[in-house]
Design a protein around this ligand. Structure first.
Ligand code: MN
Length: 726
């Protein structure tokens, strides 16, 4: 049956509240006729009439006809100029949930695309008799999975949520409901909007939710912020700055606009919590400079840094390496002569548009036409990244079948700050702060995670449990016979890896765990004696007196609930560890699953070493013989150790350099490197009182003589006052 509507002035004439419906619809029509052609405008109207008919007679809390709500949701999206399927889905978004119309009927009238989007935002009917938490979690899961199939689902949901918040005043008599909706918005929808780069939605949602969660604080901040005085002061400072830098831009032939950045209130509140007061939080001026090319962005940065004093560590180049949500800009903070601080964002006009639109820029005709090729490919990349993010969320669903766990996992995934590392062929992988190569391996594929044994980072060996840094290139070595260690659960940072490791151990059968435990126990026992019969006899005796089952004990070791080294120490406590001549542990590289080099003394090849059993990690820690820490180690935990004939890779060490703070010194120091030396990290502490600086350099070196050579060369650098190894 074709959709028909009467050709009268009010297409809603036959429905309850037709006047009001038409009034609302006129606003929508005005908005869409500015960018859609007449036949598309008709398609939108068809969806409006269909929706109005389906919801006919339903009322909102305010008494208005219910359908004014979907019209307003569509209007929010029309203001951002979204296309016909988005607008149709917005108009129909509550039809499946709240009216008898079925998905099949909707598909027949508006196509599968629109019906799928609406289905994605609909609550799951079959959950009606379950608890509220389960319903929330299940609905959320359904939403995200539909969103991974078609990101437009989230657009509708965010616009829906925005309008609900805008009209939440109607629930004055239900403050509990207002708070619940506001909290859910903060917990879920604000982070989603942020992750997808939908900045415009994010600000409005966050401020509205904030106003319901903390009405009193909101009112106070709003009052202060709107106060003439504050704004005037900010505006005049920015104007003064603009006048100072304008001539510099002109001299370089750069055209740029300098604006005071609108602040949003919940952000001011976050700053207040950090800075202590409203006044303090408003002391810095937030400025945005827009220009027309990337080249100009960097030149503007140069101008600012030559005119004002830049604040250390505040320069962020998100043009060179964009944030994971595609955001690009240069960020810097500078101070003028009178101590005013300016936080400056520098970006091109189209970066700005993309920054406010994020993933949905793809459905944004006007923006698409403006983009040049470089930006076009960036926006395609943004879209790809976002789809990957959504796919990652979908993956979590494959691991966990408990909706509440899913909800918590995804919430953590969205809240986490990111680092970005790369595969050897340059594919970016976003991981939470604190992620290790194990996280990286799981991000590539679950099976790579399960079997990863070693990592190469920036071309060098890297422990798989060491935290990764932004920008590193990582590759993983796997071994089909290797398996996750129970300790990994604590050593990984990404929810995905955590879930995968947990899941692995849930699935590891009792027999497999028992088998793993048996092997680990044999290794631990071999440190004491090599008489298999005696080992078994002691073990059997121990099991009998404690009424334990052997397979269970082994399985507990395999699952990581019991330490093999502790059990061995208990069983063979009357045996000294085997003499060095036969049983010395050979240390071959800095990267060994169970042998760790102590961070207190950082032993290097050729130096006398000793090992200590570490009951916490179930491994052995290698110290320098002269390390003071070894004095506190229980004699019975000592293991003799020596360097292997041929060691592999580089070993970590740290140098402290006290030096005169002179220009060029850092450059000279960092150039003293060779084949066998690798600077891994460098920290500078400035001491302006004495005009000196302290450098703390983390190095990777092949052995002690390589370090000695570097130290000798460093001693010849002019201006170095003191050089020592920590
Ligand atoms: Mn709705």
């Amino acid at each position: 049956m074709p959709v028909s509507y009467p050709l009268v002035s009010n297409p809603f004439a036959e429905f309850y509240g037709s006047e009001l419906l038409n009034e609302h619809y006129q606003l929508l029509e005005q908005a869409i006729s500015q960018y859609l052609n007449p036949s598309d405008v008709e398609k939108v109207l068809a969806a409006a009439v269909f929706g109005a008919q389906a919801h006919d007679g339903q009322k909102r809390k305010s008494g208005e006809p219910y359908f004014t709500h979907p019209i307003q949701v569509a209007l929010i999206l029309a203001k951002s100029r979204f296309d016909v399927p988005v607008l149709q889905a917005a108009l129909l978004h509550d039809v499946l949930e709240d009216t008898p119309v079925t998905k099949e009927q909707m598909t027949r009238h508006f196509g599968l695309q629109v019906a799928n989007i609406v289905d994605g935002v609909s609550k799951l009917y079959e959950l009606k008799h379950k608890g509220p938490l389960v319903v929330q979690a299940e609905t959320f899961r359904h939403l995200l999975i539909s969103c991974a199939k078609d990101p437009r689902v989230i657009l509708i949901k965010l616009a829906d949520r925005l309008h609900n918040l805008q009209t939440l005043d109607a629930f004055k008599d239900r403050p509990d409901k207002q708070k619940r909706i506001a909290k859910e918005t903060m917990d879920i929808y604000v982070p989603i909007a942020d992750r997808l780069g939908l900045f415009l939605f994010r600000i409005e949602l966050e401020d509205l939710a904030f106003s319901y969660l903390f009405p009193w604080r909101y009112a106070v901040i709003n009052h202060h912020y709107k106060a003439q005085e504050t704004r005037k002061r900010q505006e005049s400072s920015v104007k003064a700055m603009h006048q100072e830098i304008e001539p510099l831009f002109k001299a370089l032939g750069i055209s740029a606009s300098v604006q005071l950045r609108p602040r949003y209130l919940s952000n001011i509140y976050q700053r207040m919590k950090r800075k202590g007061s409203f006044h303090e939080s408003m002391k810095t001026h937030s400025i945005r400079i827009l220009t027309d090319s990337i080249d100009n962005c960097y030149r503007i940065l140069g101008c600012l840094h030559s005119r004002y004093r830049p604040i250390e560590n505040k320069l962020n180049d998100y043009i060179g390496s964009p944030k994971s949500n595609g955001y690009r800009s240069l960020h810097t903070s500078v101070v003028n002569e009178v101590g005013q601080v300016f936080n400056v964002q520098i970006r091109t006009h189209s970066m700005h548009a993309l920054a406010e639109m994020g993933i949905v820029a793809v459905w944004h005709q006007k923006l698409k036409n403006q983009l040049n090729q470089e930006e076009e490919s960036h926006s395609v990349n943004v879209n790809k990244n976002m789809r990957e993010f959504l796919t990652r969320i979908k993956d979590i669903q494959d691991f966990t079948h408990d909706p509440e766990e899913f909800y918590a996992t995804v919430k953590a995934e969205m809240g986490a700050k990111d680092i970005r590392v790369f595969t050897p062929d340059g594919k970016p992988i976003d991981l939470p702060l604190g992620a290790t190569p194990i996280d990286f391996a799981y991000a590539i594929h679950t099976n790579i995670g399960h079997h990863c044994v070693a990592a190469i980072v920036n071309g060098r060996d890297y422990p798989i449990t060491q935290v990764l840094q932004h920008g590193q290139t990582v590759s993983i070595k796997t071994d089909p016979n290797a398996h996750p260690h129970p300790r990994w659960v604590e050593q990984v940072a990404s929810p995905r890896a955590k879930t995968a490791v947990r899941d692995y151990f849930k699935k590891v059968s009792f027999e497999q765990a028992s088998d793993m435990g048996k092997k680990r126990f044999a290794q631990a026992a071999a440190r004491y004696l090599n008489d298999e019969v005696l080992i078994q006899a002691r073990l059997e005796h121990y099991l009998l007196t404690n009424q334990l089952d052997k397979e269970t004990v082994f399985a507990e070791i395999g699952y990581g609930k019991r330490q093999s080294s502790l059990l061995a120490a208990h069983l063979f406590d009357d045996y000294p560890l085997l003499p060095a001549s036969t049983q010395a542990i050979k240390v071959q590289s800095a990267l060994h699953e169970t042998i760790h080099l102590a961070s207190c003394c950082r032993p290097l090849p050729h130096e006398p070493i000793t090992g200590a059993l570490d009951s916490k990690t179930d491994g052995i820690t290698i110290h320098r013989r002269d390390c003071p820490t070894t004095k506190s180690i229980n004699q019975s935990n000592w293991v003799s150790a020596e360097w292997a004939e041929e060691v592999q890779g580089l070993f970590a060490t740290q140098l402290l350099i006290d030096c005169i703070d002179r220009r060029g010194l850092l450059n000279e120091i960092t150039h003293i490197t060779g084949d066998s030396i690798d600077i891994r990290n460098l920290k500078i502490e400035n001491h302006p009182e004495t005009k000196t600086a302290r450098l703390i350099i983390d190095l990777g070196v092949a052995n002690r003589s390589a370090l000695a050579r570097v130290m000798a060369r460093l001693r010849s650098v002019e201006g170095i006052l003191k050089l020592s190894r920590t």
